[in-house]
Design a protein around this ligand. Structure first.
Ligand SMILES: Nc1nc2c(c(=O)[nH]1)N[C@@H](CN(C=O)c1ccc(C(=O)N[C@@H](CCC(=O)O)C(=O)O)cc1)CN2
Ligand SMILES: NCC(=O)N[C@@H]1O[C@H](COP(=O)([O-])[O-])[C@@H](O)[C@H]1O
Length: 204
């Protein structure tokens, strides 16, 4: 039984999709905890109602990024994670933190990486006038939003799209590809070696 710890900063819709998939599909895993860097993250309410342990490590309480990461790491490790899932988690993590979870840290980014790293990805896509946009699941590295990609989903950008409409179209795909990628990991099919993603064939 694998232990999954999910980090959020807000509503946690990707976290919710993962929790619901894990329970409905009976993954060989448990959601050990939901941890937020913001006390007002509405996803914490969902997690508590779902009977999942929650914790808050407030990033604003730590002037130094490395101190926040150290406190966050201590909290995460108290749940003995096999996998740490960033789900709408809005803090850039330091290299020592990333190295500690090497190969066990996933993120979902709302663009077709390597296009549009960072924030405001949907506005970037609209401003560039791209016709295809989407989302990417990747292993997390110290190099922001440049980790090895596990899965991607593409959506069309329509002429009258607003940032919100496009974000919602992308989010629907996030809720499909992220649970799928996390399930691959907890089933032992997904791994990373020397910076290359390995996905084993489905067990017969
Ligand atoms: N070392 C890494 N840390 C993180 C990664 C990563 O790939 N490597 N992915 C991000 C997730 N993310 C985009 O997918 C992202 C999150 C946050 C930011 C950012 O600029 N954060 C600011 C604060 C913004 C805020 O509080 O609203 C900051 O940390 O100063 C960029 C990209 C998670 N971490
Ligand atoms: N750079 C990280 C980032 O922008 N993550 C994005 O935050 C949104 C809200 O996620 P949530 O509904 O799961 O909280 C999602 O679109 C996710 O891809």
């Amino acid at each position: 039984m694998k232990n999954i710890v999910i980090l959020i900063s807000g509503r946690g819709s990707n976290m919710q999709a993962i929790v619901e998939a894990a329970r409905a599909e009976k993954w060989p895993a448990r959601i050990a905890a939901i941890i937020s860097n913001r006390a007002d993250a509405s996803g914490l309410e969902y997690a508590a109602a779902a009977g999942i342990p929650t914790a808050v490590v407030v990033s604003k309480d730590y002037p130094e990024r490395s101190d926040f990461d150290a406190a966050l790491r201590a909290k995460i490790d108290s749940y003995t994670p096999d996998l740490v899932v960033l789900a709408g988690f809005m803090r850039i993590l330091t290299a020592p933190f990333v190295e500690h979870y090497d190969g066990r840290l996933l993120n979902i980014h709302p663009s077709l990486l390597p296009s549009f790293p960072g924030l405001a990805t949907h506005q970037q896509a609209l401003s560039f006038g791209v016709k295809v946009h989407g989302a990417s699941v990747h292993f997390v590295t110290a190099d922001l939003d440049h980790g090895p990609i596990v899965a991607q989903a593409a959506v069309p950008v329509l002429q009258d799209d607003t940032e919100h409409v496009l974000a919602e179209r992308v989010l629907a795909q996030e809720h499909i590809i992220y649970p799928r990628a996390v399930r691959w990991f907890v089933e032992g099919r997904l791994s990373i070696e020397n910076g290359r993603v390995h996905l084993a064939d489905q067990a017969q």
